[in-house]
Design a protein around this ligand. Structure first.
Ligand code: SF4
Length: 393
């Protein structure tokens, strides 16, 4: 894969720079440390693209095998990646089958939406056009943050870029956007029209993108901060979190009928609501401070010490050989453990697993978890959990 070029106002970061226009320039010179998850995602994308290309374009078997073997040699490759990219290919095939005739299918399409966003470009994982319908699909391998397709700015910008590219060749009046985050569930689709997309881009995106390009506007802390490279150092985010903590203490509810020194349930609800972003912010600055201190920066009042260390053998095989040579029974040195259900499913494949073990699979009650009221899951019912068992979390 060629090196990835990042636009200042890239589609994948649109939810952030549209909400907080100065963030684009503020992040510009901050190094992205990268992560294993990002590298894993890149490899999974490569595999997904390869499978879709093999299915929808002319590709020599030897070229496919060579590319596949290269991916499989990567230490980040595993059977889950293979399974998830197979599901992605199945979804793309399902989409293609829904057209009356064979659709046009393109992978890794470079889309340009610079008519609305200065220097705006991005890469759409799959664009499919048939009849007057265009589908734009984004494959997401991460499973940390669920992403939905409805009104998703990244997808809408990809669609605008694809419309610009293909509108001369096809008459499109229906656009379906999909986020295929298949490790978290079924693909999520949302339908819109070219007119609605263009109106959004012209009236909402263009002025904000121009402001963002100049670095203008006021910082706006919010959910989107988690994807900002300035999230640990940002003063606006720090002030917002600290002000929220202060506001909580100044809004003490002294009307408690029990004891005004104890928090009421509404106060606990409010504290939980504010604590979540506060904890995220705190972890971000803690991690940033540790990294800076390790790089030799001085954080007044703080120092780095060595954490608790764990004893371990330098070479387990040698130690075990020596123990057995000294007369210790080998059986005493090993534990025999059953592998987990998902491990067996991976070992056998879905079909054989269903045939051999399907009748023994039960779903135990999930552990109760406290979530905001707007969460889509049904409220926990302890009576149902006691007597019938609940869906796995
Ligand atoms: S951390 Fe949040 S408020 Fe600060 S610049 Fe980034 S997105 Fe804006």
């Amino acid at each position: 894969m060629p090196p990835v070029k990042h636009a200042l106002l890239g589609a994948s970061a649109a939810s952030r720079w549209l909400a907080c226009t100065p963030s684009a320039r503020l992040c510009e010179d901050i190094q992205d440390s990268g992560s294993q998850y990002a590298a894993e995602g890149t490899l999974a994308h490569e595999l997904a693209e390869l499978k879709v290309r093999k299915m929808f374009t002319v590709m020599a078997k030897s070229a496919y095998t060579k590319a596949l073997n290269k991916i499989k040699k990567d230490p980040l490759y595993d059977s889950e990646m293979d399974r998830v990219t197979d599901s992605y290919l199945d979804y793309i095939k399902d989409c293609a089958m829904q057209f009356d005739s064979k659709p046009f299918v393109a992978c890794e399409v470079n889309v340009n939406f610079s008519g609305y966003v200065p220097e705006g470009f991005g890469t759409a994982d799959c664009v499919m056009i048939g009849g007057t319908t265009m589908r734009v699909v984004d494959f997401k391998y991460g499973k940390g943050v669920p992403v939905t397709a409805e009104e998703n700015p990244q997808m809408k910008l990809y669609a605008i870029g694809a419309l610009v590219q293909y509108a001369m060749l096809y008459h499109i009046d229906r656009v379906i956007l999909t986020i295929a985050q298949l490790r978290l569930g079924e693909p999520d689709e949302w339908e819109t029209t070219p007119d609605a997309l263009i109106q959004w881009a012209a009236e909402y995106v263009k002025p904000r993108a121009e402001l963002a390009y100049k670095g203008g506007g006021e910082p706006q802390p919010g959910e989107h901060c988690r994807f900002c490279k300035a999230k640990a150092q940002c003063r606006a985010r720090a002030e917002d979190n600290l002000a929220a903590a202060q506001a909580f203490s100044s809004r003490a509810d002294t009307s408690s009928p029990v004891d005004a020194r104890l928090l009421t349930y509404p106060e606990i609800g409010r504290a939980l609501e504010r604590a979540k972003p506060f904890i995220k912010w705190f972890k971000d600055i803690e991690e940033y401070a540790l990294q800076s201190a390790l790089e030799g920066k001085e954080i007044p009042g703080w120092k780095v010490v060595e954490g608790r260390s764990r004893r371990q053998f330098d070479n387990t095989d040698t130690v075990f050989e020596e123990l057995q040579a000294a007369g210790i029974d080998g059986a005493l040195l090993y534990e025999r453990k059953p592998i987990a259900l998902t491990g067996i499913e991976e070992l056998l494949g879905k079909k054989a697993f269903e045939n051999l073990c399907g009748s023994h699979v039960v779903k135990s009650a999930g552990k109760p978890a406290l979530v905001p009221e707007g969460d889509r899951r049904k409220p926990f019912n302890s009576a149902v959990a006691d007597f019938e068992g609940l869906q796995e979390e």
